[in-house]
Write a protein that binds this ligand. Structure first.
Ligand code: NAD
Ligand code: MG
Length: 403
């Protein structure tokens, strides 16, 4: 492949866990892809190092001060890279014509605007930012279709489902997909009693047994909200009724998900728990490239375990199914309340078991209504955050009264 044929890539969330894994795959294949642009929030040192190595044409920092510091640091190194700032800068690099591929790996609702900008620019979007789909699934999928964009899932479960789905059209239109089976590791507290869950600390919640990830998704994995968000993500990505999206706990994280067919076949995708596999798959699809991930030796693993999820001890999964069932703006409210609750938990002002209590209180506070346009989605997001923050403030008093 000649240098001119290299595909330009924009990495949004370049300094995070997924962003760094993406850069690691890209660094292995300089003949295939060129890093055109990078975006992040405020980590100037990490962005400077990435600029030094990959020499993108454009970068964006969401934080204005960080953008200024980065521009000064790049200038003093003699690197001519244009620095944009704020959410508008993030949207500009997402839509920039030099990139064919946009890796959407910003965490949380903050990633929605730039992911949408990529969709409207008709990009091939490698989606890690599941919150974007949870918030605005119907509207997001509409923009993707309307502008000829494509969506390839980076989330390991959805990437596994994508790999196990029938890609060849069946002659009579019935490919026979019966259900999607998402696997969940169960997180670090899988076997903990309800009493013990009361004492969980942020450090314990962030120490995932199999995956190394950002803090927010680590807490989501521990509460099973991550699986709840992924059920909603699968609903939109694969247009599957929610009754046919199932969750099974599989603590070893070797089977990344499965597709069950009407003839009784179940197709699974297996691999070591390392995000570079789905990232490399999504970057190269329909081809395959090396990712840096080692070979899977099943004889070294011994038994693989599968159990049903416990929605009593981990109510977040139940709340996500309920919000999806309610539809409209309820999933956006669920997502916003969860982001506030996780933040409060990480700051030590909310207990782990109170995360689902807070989310349920926000979901029950008002009727969330229909999602006709993106303004309504952003308004519901803001309203749910305000409600959740008010509840967090009142929470210590409520707890004292209750104890
Ligand atoms: P992380 O916290 O490690 O990184 C987040 C990235 O987003 C950083 O680069 C940060 O600078 C950037 N960011 C944060 N706020 C921003 C803002 N307002 N504007 C622009 N950039 C901003 O998170 P992560 O673990 O890499 O997760 C990223 C996304 O991928 C999440 O949606 C997560 O659910 C999803 N995901 C992650 C994993 C994983 O293994 N880490 C697996 C599947 C899906
Ligand atoms: Mg996942």
């Amino acid at each position: 492949m000649t240098a001119q044929l290299r595909v330009g890539v924009c990495v949004l969330g370049a300094t995070g866990s997924i962003g760094r894994s993406t850069l690691d795959v890209l660094r292995r294949h300089p003949e295939r892809w060129r890093v055109e642009s990078l975006g992040a929030q405020r980590d100037v040192a990490a962005m400077l190092a990435a600029c030094d190595e990959f020499r993108p044409r454009l970068v964006a920092m969401a934080d204005e001060q960080a953008a200024h510091e980065l521009a000064c640091a790049l200038a003093s190194k003699g690197l001519e890279i244009k620095v944009l700032a704020g959410e508008s800068g993030m949207c500009t690099i997402a839509a920039d014509q030099a990139s064919g591929i946009v890796v959407a790996a910003i965490v949380g609702a903050a990633g929605l605007a730039s992911a949408l900008a990529a969709a409207r620019a008709g990009k091939r979007i490698l989606l890690a930012n599941k919150e974007a789909l949870v918030m605005s699934g119907a509207l997001f999928m509409h923009e993707v279709a309307e502008h000829g964009a494509s969506l390839i899932p980076l989330d390991s479960e959805h990437n596994a489902l994508f790999q196990c789905m029938p890609h060849l059209a069946a002659p009579k239109g019935d490919a026979g997909v019966e259900s999607l089976i998402l696997t969940a590791s169960g997180g670090p507290f899988l076997d903990w009693s309800a009493e013990r869950l009361q004492e969980v600390t942020p450090e314990q919640a962030c120490a995932h047994p199999n995956w190394s990830m950002g803090k927010k998704i680590s807490v989501d994995s521990a509460s099973l909200m991550n699986k709840g968000l992924e059920v909603i993500e699968a609903f939109w990505l694969f247009a599957m009724p929610l009754q046919r999206i199932k969750v099974v706990v599989h603590p070893q994280s070797i089977v990344h998900s499965m597709v069950a067919y009407s003839d009784g076949s179940v197709l699974a995708q297996l691999g070591l728990p390392d995000m570079r596999t789905p990232i490399a798959h999504a970057l190269a699809w329909p081809e395959r490239v090396t990712s840096g991930v080692g070979a899977l030796d099943l004889t070294m693993l011994g038994d693989l375990r599968f159990v049903a999820p416990d929605m009593q001890r981990f109510p977040c999964l139940r709340l996500a199914y309920a919000a999806l069932d309610e539809g409209g703006l309820a999933p956006a409210a669920l997502n916003a309340a969860n982001e506030v609750a996780v933040d409060a938990f990480l700051q030590g002002v909310l207990g782990f078991v109170q995360i689902p209590q807070l989310i349920e209180a926000v979901l029950d506070a008002v009727p969330w209504g229909e999602a006709h346009n993106l303004q309504q989605v952003f308004a519901a997001d803001a309203q749910a955050r305000t409600l959740a923050r008010e509840l967090v403030q009142d929470w210590p008093a409520t707890r004292e009264q209750g104890s």
